[in-house]
Write a protein that binds this ligand. Sequence first.
Ligand code: GDP
Length: 290
Amino acid sequence: MALDNLSSSLRETFRKITGSSYIDKNVIKEMIRDIQRALLKADVNVKLTLDLSRKIEERSENEKPPAGMTPQDYILKIVYEELLAILGKSSNLKIQPQTIMLVGLYGQGKTTTAGKLARFFIKKGLSTGFVACDVHRPAAFEQLRTLSEQTGAKFFGIKGEKNPVKIFNQSIEELKDIQVKIVDTSGRDSLDSDLLDEITKLKKAVNPDEVLLVIDATVGQQAGPQAKSLMDATGLTGVIITKMDGTGKAGGALSAVAQTGVPVYMIGTGEHLEDFEIFSPKKFLGRLLG
Ligand code: GDP
Protein backbone atom coordinates (compact mmCIF):
# COMPACT_ATOMS: atom_id res chain seq x y z
CA MET A 1 0.00 0.00 0.00
CA ALA A 2 1.15 3.53 -0.72
CA LEU A 3 0.92 4.50 2.94
CA ASP A 4 3.24 1.72 4.03
CA ASN A 5 5.39 4.01 6.18
CA LEU A 6 2.43 5.42 8.05
CA SER A 7 1.03 1.97 8.44
CA SER A 8 4.18 0.45 9.90
CA SER A 9 4.78 3.43 12.23
CA LEU A 10 1.25 3.25 13.62
CA ARG A 11 1.42 -0.50 14.02
CA GLU A 12 4.70 -0.15 15.88
CA THR A 13 3.14 2.47 18.16
CA PHE A 14 0.17 0.19 18.85
CA ARG A 15 2.53 -2.70 19.58
CA LYS A 16 4.50 -0.57 22.04
CA ILE A 17 1.33 0.32 23.94
CA THR A 18 0.03 -3.24 24.00
CA GLY A 19 3.40 -4.45 25.24
CA SER A 20 3.90 -1.85 27.96
CA SER A 21 3.36 -3.12 31.48
CA TYR A 22 1.79 0.14 32.68
CA ILE A 23 0.39 3.35 31.24
CA ASP A 24 1.43 6.70 32.67
CA LYS A 25 1.80 10.25 31.43
CA ASN A 26 5.23 9.59 29.95
CA VAL A 27 4.10 6.53 28.00
CA ILE A 28 1.20 8.54 26.60
CA LYS A 29 3.43 11.51 25.74
CA GLU A 30 5.84 9.26 23.88
CA MET A 31 2.99 7.56 22.04
CA ILE A 32 1.59 10.91 20.97
CA ARG A 33 4.99 12.04 19.72
CA ASP A 34 5.27 8.84 17.66
CA ILE A 35 1.82 9.33 16.18
CA GLN A 36 2.54 12.98 15.36
CA ARG A 37 5.73 12.08 13.56
CA ALA A 38 3.99 9.36 11.55
CA LEU A 39 1.07 11.58 10.54
CA LEU A 40 3.21 14.57 9.58
CA LYS A 41 5.42 12.32 7.46
CA ALA A 42 2.32 11.15 5.61
CA ASP A 43 1.51 14.83 4.99
CA VAL A 44 -1.49 15.06 7.31
CA ASN A 45 -2.29 18.69 8.09
CA VAL A 46 -0.26 20.14 11.01
CA LYS A 47 -3.21 21.72 12.76
CA LEU A 48 -5.21 18.51 12.47
CA THR A 49 -2.29 16.53 13.89
CA LEU A 50 -1.97 18.91 16.85
CA ASP A 51 -5.74 18.89 17.49
CA LEU A 52 -5.71 15.12 17.46
CA SER A 53 -2.76 15.00 19.86
CA ARG A 54 -4.52 17.31 22.28
CA LYS A 55 -7.71 15.26 22.18
CA ILE A 56 -5.86 12.01 22.76
CA GLU A 57 -3.98 13.54 25.68
CA GLU A 58 -7.11 15.02 27.25
CA ARG A 59 -9.17 11.89 26.87
CA SER A 60 -6.35 9.66 28.17
CA GLU A 61 -6.12 11.80 31.30
CA ASN A 62 -9.81 12.23 31.95
CA GLU A 63 -11.44 9.00 30.88
CA LYS A 64 -11.31 5.71 32.73
CA PRO A 65 -11.50 2.37 30.96
CA PRO A 66 -14.78 0.52 31.52
CA ALA A 67 -14.72 -2.58 33.69
CA GLY A 68 -13.03 -5.46 31.93
CA MET A 69 -10.91 -3.32 29.62
CA THR A 70 -7.20 -2.80 30.24
CA PRO A 71 -5.80 0.76 30.24
CA GLN A 72 -3.65 -0.29 27.27
CA ASP A 73 -6.67 -1.30 25.20
CA TYR A 74 -8.57 1.78 26.24
CA ILE A 75 -5.78 4.12 25.11
CA LEU A 76 -5.70 2.35 21.75
CA LYS A 77 -9.47 2.71 21.46
CA ILE A 78 -9.12 6.47 22.02
CA VAL A 79 -6.37 6.72 19.39
CA TYR A 80 -8.44 4.68 16.93
CA GLU A 81 -11.50 6.88 17.41
CA GLU A 82 -9.54 10.09 16.98
CA LEU A 83 -7.75 8.82 13.85
CA LEU A 84 -11.13 7.85 12.45
CA ALA A 85 -12.42 11.37 13.04
CA ILE A 86 -9.65 12.73 10.76
CA LEU A 87 -10.94 10.64 7.86
CA GLY A 88 -14.31 12.35 7.84
CA LYS A 89 -17.82 11.06 7.67
CA SER A 90 -18.65 7.82 5.98
CA SER A 91 -21.03 7.96 3.06
CA ASN A 92 -21.46 5.89 -0.09
CA LEU A 93 -22.63 6.50 -3.60
CA LYS A 94 -26.16 5.19 -3.91
CA ILE A 95 -26.70 2.20 -6.18
CA GLN A 96 -29.68 3.67 -8.00
CA PRO A 97 -30.55 5.67 -11.11
CA GLN A 98 -28.94 9.09 -10.90
CA THR A 99 -27.00 11.79 -12.69
CA ILE A 100 -23.42 12.36 -11.63
CA MET A 101 -21.37 15.35 -12.70
CA LEU A 102 -17.59 15.00 -12.47
CA VAL A 103 -15.51 18.12 -11.92
CA GLY A 104 -11.79 18.71 -11.41
CA LEU A 105 -8.60 20.08 -12.85
CA TYR A 106 -6.57 18.73 -15.79
CA GLY A 107 -4.78 15.46 -15.42
CA GLN A 108 -6.29 14.51 -12.08
CA GLY A 109 -7.98 11.42 -13.52
CA LYS A 110 -11.48 12.71 -14.25
CA THR A 111 -12.05 10.87 -17.52
CA THR A 112 -10.46 7.67 -16.24
CA THR A 113 -12.72 7.89 -13.20
CA ALA A 114 -15.77 8.25 -15.47
CA GLY A 115 -14.79 4.86 -16.92
CA LYS A 116 -14.28 3.35 -13.48
CA LEU A 117 -17.67 4.60 -12.33
CA ALA A 118 -19.32 3.13 -15.42
CA ARG A 119 -17.77 -0.26 -14.76
CA PHE A 120 -18.83 0.01 -11.11
CA PHE A 121 -22.49 0.79 -11.87
CA ILE A 122 -22.77 -1.64 -14.80
CA LYS A 123 -21.47 -4.43 -12.54
CA LYS A 124 -24.26 -3.53 -10.13
CA GLY A 125 -26.75 -4.02 -12.96
CA LEU A 126 -27.47 -0.37 -13.77
CA SER A 127 -27.29 0.84 -17.36
CA THR A 128 -24.83 3.71 -17.60
CA GLY A 129 -24.09 6.44 -20.11
CA PHE A 130 -21.52 9.15 -20.62
CA VAL A 131 -22.15 12.70 -21.69
CA ALA A 132 -18.94 14.23 -23.05
CA CYS A 133 -19.05 17.80 -21.78
CA ASP A 134 -15.29 18.34 -21.58
CA VAL A 135 -15.21 20.81 -24.44
CA HIS A 136 -11.69 22.10 -23.87
CA ARG A 137 -9.53 19.00 -24.08
CA PRO A 138 -10.14 17.53 -27.56
CA ALA A 139 -8.67 14.14 -26.59
CA ALA A 140 -11.25 13.72 -23.81
CA PHE A 141 -13.98 13.03 -26.41
CA GLU A 142 -12.15 10.04 -27.90
CA GLN A 143 -10.94 8.86 -24.50
CA LEU A 144 -14.51 8.74 -23.23
CA ARG A 145 -15.73 7.02 -26.39
CA THR A 146 -13.06 4.34 -25.98
CA LEU A 147 -14.07 3.92 -22.34
CA SER A 148 -17.67 3.46 -23.42
CA GLU A 149 -16.58 0.61 -25.71
CA GLN A 150 -14.54 -0.95 -22.90
CA THR A 151 -17.28 -0.76 -20.31
CA GLY A 152 -20.47 -1.04 -22.33
CA ALA A 153 -21.62 2.41 -21.28
CA LYS A 154 -23.56 4.40 -23.83
CA PHE A 155 -21.80 7.45 -25.21
CA PHE A 156 -23.13 10.84 -26.16
CA GLY A 157 -21.01 13.72 -27.40
CA ILE A 158 -20.95 16.32 -30.17
CA LYS A 159 -17.50 16.66 -31.65
CA GLY A 160 -16.40 20.29 -32.02
CA GLU A 161 -19.32 21.70 -30.00
CA LYS A 162 -18.01 24.24 -27.50
CA ASN A 163 -21.15 24.78 -25.46
CA PRO A 164 -21.46 22.04 -22.81
CA VAL A 165 -25.04 23.03 -21.92
CA LYS A 166 -26.07 22.41 -25.53
CA ILE A 167 -24.39 18.99 -25.46
CA PHE A 168 -26.12 18.02 -22.25
CA ASN A 169 -29.53 19.19 -23.46
CA GLN A 170 -29.20 17.12 -26.61
CA SER A 171 -28.13 14.06 -24.63
CA ILE A 172 -31.37 13.96 -22.67
CA GLU A 173 -33.41 12.33 -25.44
CA GLU A 174 -30.53 10.01 -26.47
CA LEU A 175 -29.93 8.74 -22.96
CA LYS A 176 -33.51 8.74 -21.74
CA ASP A 177 -33.49 5.00 -21.01
CA ILE A 178 -30.14 5.06 -19.25
CA GLN A 179 -30.20 4.75 -15.46
CA VAL A 180 -26.90 6.31 -14.44
CA LYS A 181 -25.66 9.30 -16.41
CA ILE A 182 -22.08 10.41 -15.94
CA VAL A 183 -21.34 13.92 -17.17
CA ASP A 184 -17.63 14.57 -17.81
CA THR A 185 -16.80 18.28 -17.66
CA SER A 186 -13.89 20.50 -18.63
CA GLY A 187 -10.85 20.94 -16.45
CA ARG A 188 -8.24 23.67 -16.38
CA ASP A 189 -4.70 23.99 -15.08
CA SER A 190 -6.01 25.94 -12.14
CA LEU A 191 -9.36 26.97 -10.75
CA ASP A 192 -10.21 30.17 -12.58
CA SER A 193 -13.42 32.14 -12.81
CA ASP A 194 -14.10 30.95 -16.40
CA LEU A 195 -14.04 27.34 -15.32
CA LEU A 196 -16.21 27.98 -12.26
CA ASP A 197 -18.62 29.94 -14.45
CA GLU A 198 -18.85 27.11 -17.02
CA ILE A 199 -19.37 24.49 -14.33
CA THR A 200 -22.01 26.58 -12.56
CA LYS A 201 -23.99 27.05 -15.79
CA LEU A 202 -23.71 23.39 -16.68
CA LYS A 203 -24.76 22.37 -13.20
CA LYS A 204 -27.92 24.43 -13.54
CA ALA A 205 -28.78 22.67 -16.79
CA VAL A 206 -27.88 19.18 -15.58
CA ASN A 207 -29.39 19.42 -12.12
CA PRO A 208 -27.27 16.46 -10.97
CA ASP A 209 -27.84 14.23 -7.96
CA GLU A 210 -24.12 14.23 -7.26
CA VAL A 211 -21.37 16.69 -8.09
CA LEU A 212 -18.12 14.85 -7.50
CA LEU A 213 -14.68 16.39 -7.36
CA VAL A 214 -12.01 14.14 -8.84
CA ILE A 215 -8.70 14.98 -7.23
CA ASP A 216 -5.23 13.50 -7.41
CA ALA A 217 -3.82 12.29 -4.06
CA THR A 218 -0.38 13.58 -4.98
CA VAL A 219 -1.60 17.20 -4.68
CA GLY A 220 -1.67 16.59 -0.93
CA GLN A 221 -3.09 19.31 1.23
CA GLN A 222 -3.96 21.46 -1.79
CA ALA A 223 -6.93 19.13 -2.10
CA GLY A 224 -8.65 20.94 0.75
CA PRO A 225 -8.75 24.47 -0.72
CA GLN A 226 -9.73 23.07 -4.15
CA ALA A 227 -12.59 21.12 -2.66
CA LYS A 228 -13.69 24.14 -0.68
CA SER A 229 -13.77 26.51 -3.72
CA LEU A 230 -15.67 24.01 -5.81
CA MET A 231 -18.02 23.29 -2.95
CA ASP A 232 -18.80 27.00 -2.60
CA ALA A 233 -19.25 27.44 -6.36
CA THR A 234 -21.05 24.28 -7.32
CA GLY A 235 -22.36 22.62 -4.19
CA LEU A 236 -19.99 19.67 -4.32
CA THR A 237 -21.56 16.54 -2.80
CA GLY A 238 -18.54 14.24 -2.64
CA VAL A 239 -14.97 13.54 -3.63
CA ILE A 240 -13.10 10.80 -5.45
CA ILE A 241 -9.39 10.75 -4.69
CA THR A 242 -7.30 9.23 -7.50
CA LYS A 243 -3.74 7.92 -7.64
CA MET A 244 -3.77 6.68 -4.06
CA ASP A 245 -1.32 4.08 -5.35
CA GLY A 246 1.19 6.72 -6.35
CA THR A 247 2.02 8.46 -3.11
CA GLY A 248 3.11 7.75 0.42
CA LYS A 249 1.63 11.09 1.39
CA ALA A 250 -2.02 10.41 0.65
CA GLY A 251 -2.74 11.55 4.21
CA GLY A 252 -2.55 15.11 2.88
CA ALA A 253 -5.41 14.80 0.41
CA LEU A 254 -7.48 12.58 2.67
CA SER A 255 -7.28 14.73 5.76
CA ALA A 256 -7.65 17.98 3.85
CA VAL A 257 -10.75 16.81 2.02
CA ALA A 258 -12.29 15.27 5.11
CA GLN A 259 -11.90 18.60 6.87
CA THR A 260 -14.14 20.28 4.29
CA GLY A 261 -16.94 17.99 5.46
CA VAL A 262 -17.51 16.47 2.00
CA PRO A 263 -17.38 12.67 2.10
CA VAL A 264 -14.72 10.80 0.15
CA TYR A 265 -16.81 8.26 -1.77
CA MET A 266 -14.25 6.29 -3.74
CA ILE A 267 -10.51 6.04 -4.23
CA GLY A 268 -8.58 5.28 -7.40
CA THR A 269 -5.70 2.88 -6.85
CA GLY A 270 -4.27 2.46 -10.35
CA GLU A 271 -4.74 3.14 -14.06
CA HIS A 272 -7.01 0.17 -14.78
CA LEU A 273 -10.79 0.26 -14.68
CA GLU A 274 -10.82 -2.21 -11.80
CA ASP A 275 -8.45 -0.12 -9.68
CA PHE A 276 -11.28 1.54 -7.83
CA GLU A 277 -12.50 1.08 -4.28
CA ILE A 278 -15.35 2.26 -2.13
CA PHE A 279 -13.80 4.46 0.53
CA SER A 280 -14.80 3.53 4.03
CA PRO A 281 -12.94 5.43 6.79
CA LYS A 282 -13.26 2.40 9.09
CA LYS A 283 -11.96 -0.10 6.57
CA PHE A 284 -9.19 2.24 5.49
CA LEU A 285 -8.04 2.71 9.06
CA GLY A 286 -8.40 -0.99 9.75
CA ARG A 287 -6.08 -1.74 6.87
CA LEU A 288 -3.64 0.93 7.94
CA LEU A 289 -3.45 -0.55 11.42
CA GLY A 290 -3.34 -4.10 10.11
P1 GDP B 1 -8.32 14.15 -16.69
O1 GDP B 1 -7.53 15.20 -17.41
O2 GDP B 1 -8.64 14.59 -15.28
O3 GDP B 1 -9.50 13.65 -17.41
O4 GDP B 1 -7.30 12.92 -16.43
P2 GDP B 1 -7.21 11.47 -17.10
O5 GDP B 1 -8.38 10.65 -16.76
O6 GDP B 1 -6.86 11.61 -18.54
O7 GDP B 1 -5.96 10.87 -16.26
C1 GDP B 1 -4.68 11.44 -16.29
C2 GDP B 1 -3.64 10.33 -16.03
O8 GDP B 1 -3.79 9.81 -14.72
C3 GDP B 1 -3.79 9.14 -16.97
O9 GDP B 1 -2.52 8.72 -17.37
C4 GDP B 1 -4.46 8.06 -16.11
O10 GDP B 1 -4.14 6.76 -16.51
C5 GDP B 1 -3.88 8.38 -14.75
N1 GDP B 1 -4.73 7.93 -13.62
C6 GDP B 1 -6.04 8.17 -13.38
N2 GDP B 1 -6.45 7.61 -12.22
C7 GDP B 1 -5.37 6.97 -11.69
C8 GDP B 1 -5.13 6.21 -10.48
O11 GDP B 1 -6.00 6.00 -9.62
N3 GDP B 1 -3.86 5.73 -10.30
C9 GDP B 1 -2.85 5.96 -11.21
N4 GDP B 1 -1.64 5.46 -10.95
N5 GDP B 1 -3.05 6.67 -12.33
C10 GDP B 1 -4.27 7.18 -12.58
